[in-house]
Design a protein around this ligand. Structure first.
Ligand code: GLY
Length: 393
């Protein structure tokens, strides 16, 4: 009993002395209060039957998407986090309305993005409300996603086959494993967990370079499983390190460790974190350029979305390591949160179409969504705020 009391006391002291800065308490509260106000602007701007996607300041145009777009779960997911931390019933009602239009996508099998779409949204809704109908939707979504598993290659196929691609698998796919593993861990069939583990292992074997950065796209031969080509779609070059891709891989392996406790996933997450944190092209404010090898650095775009994903992952990684390492990861996340909360990245109330963050990069080589707000930047930013508050204050 005494031992337990001592360890509880030392945990409290650690929390108070290392992480529990009162200004972080204030910063996080202010961010959630701001988000509740700002998302009411986004809510007013967004028609009832679609989801917000981005906003172009030059012509004051909000761009929306249908619910099949890979980002359709982020707006409702952000609303749930904001509701959780503000108890704002207007925000909750909007979150519920958006789930209603999204729910039909539980049957979608057109690509690998169902984890993003259905777990960031319904996953948070279920976590907060425990409404069993949300769990049913999550379970059905896992069944749909699992149809894309290709046993001959031991991967989930990301995009459909085309004239130039046999079986494309992108590093982003690591994020969709959370839906599968969660379902198995919460009363569902163990086959979903098995698929998640197998996909993570194949990706570990094939997607990474010796410096622990990752390729964006691998084209596997659908019949033989041989890797035909390693390349990029959204990065600067086939051999470059696309920033958000590094963040997806990092977050994905950290999450895989959460469920499996398999040390090789933890090790991989630490290696990716080291690649990122020691990179000579990482700016002092912690917000990366859109690609670590982008041409024109420092005169090129930052990607707030990559920073937000990475910060949220760092906070989870901090849960699985000893004190000294934890301090390193949590401090790095804190720096990102402070930067994203500053005027350099966070919009003013009523501006930015109602999105929280500015300066993300969707697909620079395609000249698409460059230096704009994006729903997933907002989502992982509020998830990072939530995690910091939950674990480190
Ligand atoms: N999954 C697409 C992206 O990160 O842009």
């Amino acid at each position: 009993m005494k031992k337990r009391l001592l360890s509880t006391l030392s945990a409290i002291c650690l929390s108070a002395s290392v992480f529990g800065q009162s200004d972080m308490t204030q910063l996080i509260k202010e961010n959630f209060d701001f988000a509740a106000q700002q998302y009411k602007v986004l809510m007013k701007n967004t028609p009832a039957d679609v989801m917000p996607k981005t906003y172009f300041a030059n012509n004051n145009k909000l761009v929306t998407s249908d619910t099949k777009w890979w980002c359709s779960g982020f707006y409702p997911g952000t609303l749930w986090f904001v509701y959780e931390h503000t108890n704002d019933e207007v925000i909750k009602a909007e979150a519920e309305r958006r789930l209603q239009i999204l729910e039909k996508e539980k049957h979608f099998t057109g690509n690998h993005d169902l984890g993003f779409m259905m777990f960031c949204s319904f996953g948070n809704a279920y976590r907060i409300t425990k409404n069993p109908s949300y769990k049913t939707t999550i379970d059905t979504s896992a069944t749909s996603l699992a149809t894309r598993y290709r046993p001959s290659i031991k991967v989930i196929q990301s995009w459909n086959s085309s004239k130039t691609m046999s079986c494309p698998v992108i590093i982003d796919n690591m994020m969709n494993l959370e839906l599968l593993y969660w379902v198995s861990a919460n009363g569902g069939d163990s086959k979903y967990k098995d698929i998640a583990i197998t996909h993570a292992n194949t990706t570990l074997k094939n997607h990474f370079r010796v410096d622990n950065s990752s390729y964006h796209v691998l084209n596997y031969d659908l019949n033989t499983g041989v890797v035909i080509k390693k390349m990029t779609d959204q990065g600067a070059a086939d051999e470059s390190a696309w920033a958000r891709g590094q963040a997806w891989g990092f977050y994905g392996y950290t999450m895989m460790y959460r469920f499996s406790k398999d040390k090789k996933y933890l090790d991989q997450a630490k290696k990716i974190a080291a690649f990122w944190l020691k990179h000579p092209n990482l700016p002092a404010d912690g917000i990366p350029y859109w690609d670590f090898n982008a041409p024109g650095i420092p005169n090129t775009y930052r990607d707030a979305s990559a920073a937000a994903v990475f910060a949220s992952g760092l906070l989870e990684l901090g849960q699985y390591v000893a004190k000294k390492e934890r301090k390193k990861y949590v401090s790095a996340a804190e720096k990102i949160i402070r930067s994203l909360s500053s005027d350099a990245y966070r919009a003013k109330l009523g501006e930015n179409g109602g999105f929280l963050l500015m300066h993300s990069a969707g697909a620079v080589p395609h000249k698409s969504e460059v230096d704009v707000p994006l729903t997933y930047a907002d989502y992982y930013f509020v998830e990072a705020l939530h995690r910091y508050k939950q674990w480190y204050l």
